[in-house]
Design a protein around this ligand. Structure first.
Ligand code: 3HC
Length: 688
């Protein structure tokens, strides 16, 4: 017996209970006593059957991720599974909460699996840049068929107990006390008598595999992997499960796992796993939070509507406020339509759609916001307009209500000063579409009360957002760094690169799209308006806008778009325009490499990140990575800009920045002191 694994008896059934809070990860401290418990119960004549269960809120949620990259202490999970498969008595896994990764693999070593109706089962290793390394790719296809296994393993998305039952992964689903049901199930099976076939020997479902269909599916998944190695390894390993004998397939899976666990991509993805959890931690998180029972959203346009949906999806009743009845009806109709699309796609049931829509109460009267505990304004991005809204809110909102602005750039301290209660004011910077995008920048203003901040951090989790707390500055973390990334885009064009060459360098790096495709998608007029407001110019983009080329919405921008199509087609006219503007400035075109494109755009971005850290706008380098991966599509296999900087080497980044700083004199190239410290110490400091 150990603190982590306990054995109890219910008559002739032994119950082996794993107890390793919070998620029962299979750390060494669990594996060793688990192995002992299984061996002793196997050899104990008075035991007729064995149930493996877990204490606490979940079944085993996987291997202990913190152990990866270190020498693995014996026994490994594989050895435990091999032992399980030597047991002739029936073995039953009792699954509640989440059986993930090594946790699900542990259940696949058992003869039977029973589950609570709310349980979720999956192999999410791919999200850590890995493949299941405990036989998951070889055993799961034997239960659910190769195609279903492929989809589960490559997506990493868990399935519910009912679906798992239908698929053949789970043998029974029980309401009520799961351990009692599992014991009864095990006793009944033992009474009927064996032999009990281990999953490894259950080959009947493998025969039904259409290898051509599997290969077609795998090829499609590989295309979507955008340079990530793990999804391809997962697909290869599932194929091995069908084409190779069990032990050979298992050995091949192991070899791939060992390779991936040491890869930069997996290191990067593991960094992000912990970074996301770390970002949600703020000092004083134990302070008493305010209660949020109802949320008000001001503005029912695209942003306000999306924000309102995000709250309704998280279970909050929402009061949606607009200036006119027509605008309100338009906003509510769009929300209704969006939910209808989800129903048509099968991601929402008709019932859930009705429930969510019933959460909305529309209004055109500020007085209706008096019962809201959190009010988010999503009105036009203009300081005077925002101040007017906050002035009204100060008067109508109940004492203690949190007042949030969804500004992307404006000074929240100035907004807070326009109310009599700056302690209640903060920023909630959602990303568009707000009901879909994971990232939420929570902006702490100078006078924001700690309990208001802690309340919205909790709320963000409830509505499924990845939250990062940031400080006030122009553009906060994400948009401020985006500006630094874009500072050289036009210069690269003028010096000889084309929009499609730059965009290709970006997509080859792993971004979902390049800056010019992105500009065309978002609308070039937005940046144009911003530049004009700030007295800035961008010679190419401004000229395109003057010609009415606003991007996809006008069929022409940096690229051409066929009617109704979203595929960018390079436009020779734009290339002529670029060359003409370059000639006017006396710039002779030269060949520009993809490497230069990446360095000249990403090194300033990292440099800006270092300045943001120095100024305390972000608390940790890893917070910045979370922002960039979840809000801007930074490739997950590179771990975010600050993590990737470690691969590039700060010394090299400084050397290139110095070079361009001397050439251009631009501030974005002036190396941050923290970058220099990083070059000396190899770390960004806290959270690096
Ligand atoms: N190893 C180590 N720590 C883990 C862990 C794991 N597998 N899973 C979760 N944790 C830690 C988290 O870091 C967090 O620690 P903290 O409190 O110090 O920040 C704590 O457990 C709680 O985690 P969450 O905040 O994520 O709790 P939730 O309740 O929101 O979510 C969960 C629970 C769904 C289980 C989620 O934690 C999760 O998805 N975990 C990872 C699951 C996973 O990827 N499993 C596969 C691991 S790889 C593997 O098994 C390889 C095998 O094939 C050999």
């Amino acid at each position: 017996m150990s603190d982590f694994v306990k054995i109890s008896r219910d008559g002739d059934v032994a119950i082996v209970t794993i107890d390793n809070p919070p998620v029962n990860a299979l750390s060494f401290q669990v594996r060793e006593p688990l192995m002992q418990a299984l061996t002793s119960m196997r050899d104990e004549p008075s035991v007729a059957a064995i149930v493996i269960a877990c204490a606490g809120r979940t079944f085993v949620a996987g291997a202990d991720i913190t152990e990866f990259g270190k020498p693995m202490q014996q026994p490994e999970l594989r050895a435990i599974l091999a032992t399980l498969e030597t047991i002739a008595k029936p073995t039953v896994a009792a699954i509640h909460g989440t059986a993930l990764g090594g946790g699900l693999e542990l259940t696949l070593g058992c003869h039977f699996r029973v589950a609570d109706p709310g349980a979720k089962l999956g192999l999410p290793e791919v999200k850590l840049g890995l493949l299941p390394g405990g036989g998951g790719t070889v055993r799961l296809p034997r239960l659910v068929g190769a195609l279903k296994a492929l989809k589960m393993i490559v997506s990493g998305t868990p399935i519910g107990a009912v679906e798992a039952h239908e698929a053949g992964l789970v043998d029974a689903v029980f309401e009520g006390d799961l351990t009692t049901h599992a014991v009864n199930f095990a006793r009944e099976i033992a009474r009927k008598g064996g032999p009990f076939t281990p999953v490894r020997d259950r080959d009947d479902r493998l025969g039904e595999t259409d290898l051509a269909a599997l290969d077609a599916e795998a090829a499609d998944l590989a295309r979507k992997a955008r340079g990530l190695e793990a999804p391809i390894a997962c697909a290869q390993s599932v194929r091995n499960a069908i084409t190779l004998p069990f032990d050979e397939a298992l050995a091949a899976e192991r070899a791939l796992f060992v390779k991936l666990v040491a890869s930069d991509q997996s290191r990067a993805q593991r960094h992000l796993f912990f970074a996301e959890r770390e970002a949600a931690k703020i000092p004083g998180k134990d302070i008493v939070k305010r209660r949020i029972a109802r949320v008000g959203v001001i503005g029912a346009g695209a942003m306000g509507g999306g924000i309102a949906m995000a709250f309704a999806n998280g279970g909050y009743p929402v009061t949606l406020l607009e200036t006119s009845h027509e605008a309100l009806q338009r906003g509510l109709a769009t929300i209704d339509k969006n939910y209808a699309v989800s129903v048509a796609r099968g991601s929402l049931t008709e019932d859930a759609r009705r429930q969510r829509f019933a959460q909305f109460k529309g209004s055109t009267d500020y007085a209706d916001l008096t019962d809201c505990d959190l009010i988010v304004e999503a009105v036009f991005e203009d300081m005077a307009v925002k101040k007017e809204v906050f002035g009204k809110l100060g008067a109508v909102a109940k004492p203690g209500a949190i007042l949030a602005t969804n500004t992307s750039y404006l000074d929240i301290n100035e907004i807070a000063a326009s109310t009599s209660r700056p302690q209640d004011v903060l920023g909630l910077h959602f990303f568009s579409p707000a009901n879909v995008m994971k990232l939420l920048e929570i902006v702490r203003a100078d006078k924001t009360a700690p309990d208001a901040l802690a309340t919205v951090v909790d709320m963000a989790r409830r509505i499924g957002k990845v939250a990062v707390v940031v400080g006030v500055c122009h553009g906060f973390v994400g948009n401020r760094m985006l500006a630094a990334r874009g500072s050289e885009s036009e210069a690269l064009l003028l010096e000889g690169a084309t929009p499609s060459q730059i965009d290709k360098a970006f997509t080859d790096f792993g971004w979902p799209m390049g800056p010019f495709q992105m500009g065309d998608l978002a609308g070039l007029d937005i940046g144009w308006r911003n530049r004009k407001a700030r007295g800035l110019t961008a010679v190419i983009a401004d000229t395109l806008c003057e010609q009415g080329r606003f991007g996809q919405k006008t069929g022409r921008g940096f690229y051409l778009y066929e009617a109704g199509a979203r595929t960018p087609v390079p436009d020779p006219e734009v290339e002529v325009l670029i060359r003409d503007k370059a000639a006017e400035k006396g710039i002779a075109p030269r060949a520009i490499s993809a490497e230069e494109i990446i360095e000249r755009t990403l090194y300033p971005l990292i440099n800006e990140g270092a300045k943001i850290l120095e100024q305390g706008i972000a608390a940790r380098a890893s917070d910045i990575d979370v922002v960039w991966v979840n809000g801007y599509g930074f490739p997950i296999g590179k771990g975010g800009p600050m993590f990737w900087a470690g691969f590039e080497g700060a010394a090299r980044i400084i050397e290139r920045l110095d070079h361009w700083h001397q050439r251009t004199g631009k501030d974005v190239f002036e190396p941050a002191p923290l970058l220099k410290r990083m070059a000396e110490t190899g770390s960004w400091g806290a959270g690096g």
